[in-house]
Design a protein around this ligand. Sequence first.
Ligand SMILES: Cc1ncc(COP(=O)(O)O)c(C=O)c1O
Length: 358
Amino acid sequence: MKQIFNFSAGPAVLPKPVLERAQAEMLDWHGSGMSVMEMSHRGKEFTSILEKTEADLRKLMDIPSNYKVLFLQGGAIAENAMIPLNLLNGSEADYVVTGSWSKRSVDDANAYGKINVVASGEADKYTYVPDYSSWKLNKNAAYVHICTNETINGVEFDGLPDTGGVPIVADMSSHILSRPVDVSQYGVIYGGAQKNIGPAGLCIVIVRDDLLNRASKLTPAVFNWKVQAENQSMINTPPTYSIYIAGLVFEWLLAQGGVAAIEQKNIAKATLLYDYIDSTEFYSNNIALSNRSRMNIPFFLRDESLNDVFLKGAAENGLLQLKGHRMVGGMRASIYNAMAIDGVRALVSYMKDFESKH
Ligand SMILES: Cc1ncc(COP(=O)(O)O)c(C=O)c1O
């Protein structure tokens, strides 16, 4: 098989040892004679997979015991609606808009109550996180919603604001497990799996247990966090195979030394790419230095008429899925946990070569 590097924003590259193990276990999981896809979700085999997956995630993120971990379906976008349904309860909520995904969260939440946009980077094309002191937070808000890494715009939070005790609800879809976070600073953390966790179809929700009693009566049972917490995320059939692969990814991550160790690798990869972009006029990235994402790095060619030639040459060199999101244009390299530094080296080497030829 030819060597490629996949820079897709999601679904994204998975660790090769995980795919190899899934391949080896495909037809017969641990002597059960069954594939994980064929198992009853309530049987002892799958129950053991689910319990280990949760335990490993708790270990990786050091999740305190007063937080529930839910394995839900519908992706992060379903949660955009479920967050107000589970938390708003006739009250209002504050939202900070730092890019296309948090804007989408506002649009999705608007149907369910009073949503206040308390800070926005839209006027400056989402190139930074608005200074925390400028946020017009409401002390009576049920929660403050943020997206801590904007996959499309390449904007990542650097620290957290003081919300005066109002719970923070964070969409971490595209950088969960890429750096240590103090879970106790959040009310809810959620993320679609298809970047740093596993296959699409699974959304992880980590929720502080005092927030489980606020759901509107309209909340569907499958999306009611309290009901799901009481039923081990099994009020319906969970996405069993996605959970199994997530479990393998968590084992892989633990074997890498955990989140603190992978963070060092992520810093090294991102630094390599940003340093090169900053060293030349040929390419640019326009995100404020302290908010540059380590996971999703958009960049532009000075001469945008070369975009197609750049992408064609990249693909010929095994560097795939570098086209920027249609809302931003240019290029975007997503370099999640499973992207080896060799992939970033190969990209930088291609970019240098392309620059010298054009
Ligand atoms: C930050 C962020 N939030 C939400 C989503 C939407 O996730 P899903 O398509 O799983 O619903 C994405 C998808 O790429 C994302 O990057």
